[in-house]
Design a protein around this ligand. Structure first.
Ligand code: XIL
Length: 384
């Protein structure tokens, strides 16, 4: 992130509202009651090893939860909007009726606080506005995709570190020989939509890193293994076709118990295969559901912490891994706690879930220590 970016933001006047709000209303204290001033922050421990540590955030949190935001500023070197940049969130109404207010607030917050900003995401079948489906014919849909990329990526050009250009492009269960997901963009534009999206993003912001972001590629089960193979095949095809790609995003929505086992060796070998393509790796959405763990908070917090540690120890052993992002920082704001995930991630005993490093009162849980240890023990790498 160069010092030029805030100037460029201001000059282009695009983030006027976000920056004005930030300039007048948001001051970020350097520490909170949750963390004594002299304690180590996750971002610093990560940075010492050439890693960026970050979290999701939302405009709403920036505007209405100063204590949480102060914790974010203290602990995270990067932010990613959980939802505010998704197409359906920017435009629910009709083509041309975009609202970039919340996304600008997040981008402005990152710039004002000298934080790295991830772009999440440009195209995601699951959050595509309903009017897109109703557009008449292929050309109109292609024009809308091109417009989405040029407008969004152009607006945050020079500010976004890495873009999840296509989110979750594979689904072997859909039965295509290439393993691509049979969803809206593929159905409208054919498999070439990937090439179009990555090339146009590169053209629009040549400095942003271009990411394929995927889930269920971490664990030791036939489903995850098939998804890993399909993803590696996709990378190979993209590189052969000259489609620009810089990085793989490993979402890593984990469970402390239940679900397939985690094999550090297998995962480590998969990361090495990605690195062999010359790509970097970003852990983009790490969280650990405590569904099926005992009710006792000490026991389940320990189990969640151990899951973070085992996963990060394996991931960070690969020097191509440059970034760790948790899908939230505190249990106060989590899609698992809000029960926006599928039911397999919810607790059935009615107790609130505790999936993130800090609790809902912004106090550190054992997961903070586990992450700190994983960063401390990670081999150093050239910064990504
Ligand atoms: C989730 C958000 O956390 C929820 O608030 C929203 O309701 C649905 O999307 N993979 C992704 C993320 O790439 O964008 C998803 O975020 C979680 C799964």
């Amino acid at each position: 992130m160069s010092g030029e970016k805030p100037r460029r933001l201001a000059r282009r006047g695009l983030l006027g509202s976000g920056l004005a709000v930030l300039g007048t209303r948001i001051t970020v204290p350097l520490c909170t009651a949750a963390q004594p001033a002299n304690s180590e922050s996750l971002k610093r421990l990560a940075a010492e090893k050439g890693l960026i540590y970050g979290t999701t955030i939302s405009a709403n949190q920036i505007l209405h939860d100063p204590a949480f935001i102060a914790l974010v500023a203290r602990q995270a070197g990067l932010v990613v909007p959980e939802n505010d940049m998704k197409w359906q969130d920017i435009n629910r109404g009709a083509p041309g009726k975009d609202d970039y207010g919340p996304a600008d607030t997040v981008a402005g917050f990152a710039v004002e606080n000298g934080m790295v900003l991830r772009g999440h995401n440009i195209l995601w079948y699951y959050r595509t506005p309903s009017w897109f489906f109703a557009l008449p014919g292929r050309d109109a849909k292609e024009r809308a995709v091109i417009d989405r990329i040029k407008t969004l990526v152009g607006r945050y050009r020079g500010i976004v570190h890495s873009w999840d250009v296509v989110n979750e492009p594979i689904e072997p269960k859909d039965g295509r020989p290439d393993g691509l997901r049979k969803a809206v963009f593929l159905e409208a534009l054919g498999p070439g939509y990937l090439d179009l999206a990555y090339r146009l993003t590169r053209e629009t912001d040549p400095r942003a890193r271009l990411v394929v972001n995927e889930y269920d590629i971490e664990l030791d089960s036939p489903v995850h293994e098939t998804r890993r193979r399909v993803l590696l095949d996709l990378l190979q095809r993209m590189q052969k076709a000259g489609t620009p790609i810089d990085s793989i995003g490993v979402q890593a929505h984990l469970a402390a118990v239940g679900g397939p086992p985690f094999s550090p060796g297998k995962f480590r070998r998969f990361l090495a295969e990605i690195a062999a393509f010359g790509l970097t790796i970003e852990i983009t959405e790490l969280d650990v559901t405590d569904r099926d763990t005992p009710a006792d908070i000490r026991v389940r917090d320990r189990m969640v912490a151990d899951t973070y540690r085992r996963f990060l120890d394996a991931a960070l052993d690969e020097p191509a891994v440059k970034m760790v992002v948790t899908w939230g920082l505190s249990d106060r704001h989590s899609w698992i706690v809000r029960r926006e995930t599928n039911q397999s991630k919810w607790r059935t005993d009615g107790l609130p879930s505790r999936p993130l490093p800090f609790d809902a009162d912004l106090q550190p849980k054992p997961a903070v220590g586990a992450m700190a240890e994983a960063f401390t023990h990670a081999p150093a790498r050239p910064p990504g």
